[in-house]
Design a protein around this ligand. Structure first.
Ligand code: ATP
Length: 241
């Protein structure tokens, strides 16, 4: 198991935002966490990345406890978060935004290795190659999302945490982003994906977890969740497909 979360409870003051949440991610998988607004999805990712700490329970990454680490230490063990609402550096150009993603690899990986990954990001998102010198803040929403994903990839993480990559994107771009995530899995990247777009997320993912008001209420392989009546009613528009 690459990531193992056991019974975590996370609070904002007196608000109990994660209630006995357990979840795991195996190497090479895409695991989706779906749920409505306020279900606790972002809180879950922030607890894994060390932005928040659970009051009880534990988180293991490659069998090492990481639940008490600060965000910079969590990045160093190999977990990179692509946050909701992108957060690209608006006054840095595209190229520098991407290179910043690789900053922890300097001294560890060669310039050539980093350049190879940069080329790969440019292959995946040709628009970023064309806009290398453009300031991050002047990119469109979809381009910023690609840049945020690209920057996450430049860190070459053992586990990529993705918070709502489809947020605010046109359907065509949503398809493109999900296609890219599938391609990343082919290349061995492990992804924990939080999404309100349950249909797209479950069609891509190997397994999924359904969260409601801070708890995991269902889990299973994606196919089973897509076929589950409760999931269809609540998250897939009751379409039955
Ligand atoms: P969305 O899909 O809307 O982003 P989510 O599933 O990611 O929702 P969270 O953002 O994790 O949900 O929020 C879980 C609960 O915690 C919500 O009830 C929310 O109001 C509460 N919450 C989140 N951040 C804070 C905060 N900083 N202070 C207090 N409560 C918070």
């Amino acid at each position: 198991m690459l990531l193992q979360i056991e019974n975590i409870n996370t609070y904002y003051g007196s608000i109990h935002a994660l209630k006995d949440v357990s979840l795991h991610v195996d190497k090479g998988e895409i695991v989706a966490v779906i749920g409505a607004n306020g279900a606790g999805k972002t809180t879950l990712l922030n607890t894994i990345s060390g932005v928040l700490h659970s009051r009880t329970g534990g988180i293991l990454f490659e069998d090492q406890p990481i639940g008490k680490l600060s965000p910079d230490k969590v990045v160093r063990v190999g977990i990179t978060q692509v946050p909701e609402r992108r957060q690209v550096f608006s006054s840095l150009n595209v190229l520098d935004n991407l290179l910043l993603g690789a900053y922890l690899r300097h001294g560890k990986d060669t310039k050539e290795e980093i350049q190879e990954d940069l080329d790969r990001v440019f292959d995946i998102f040709p628009i970023l190659k064309d806009r290398q010198k453009q300031m991050g803040g002047t990119l469109s929403g979809g381009e910023q999302q690609m840049l945020a994903v690209g920057r996450g990839l430049m860190a070459k993480p053992g586990l990529l945490l993705m918070d709502e990559p489809s947020l605010g994107l046109a359907p065509l771009l949503v398809r493109e982003i999900f296609r890219v995530l599938g391609e990343l899995r082919e290349h061995g990247t492990t992804i924990l994906l939080v999404e309100q777009n349950a249909t797209a997320a479950l069609h891509l993912a190997d397994r999924g977890y359904v969260m409601e008001t801070g708890s995991v209420i269902l889990e299973g392989v994606s196919e089973d969740l897509l076929g589950d009546e409760r999931v269809q009613e609540a998250y897939l528009g009751g379409s039955g497909s």
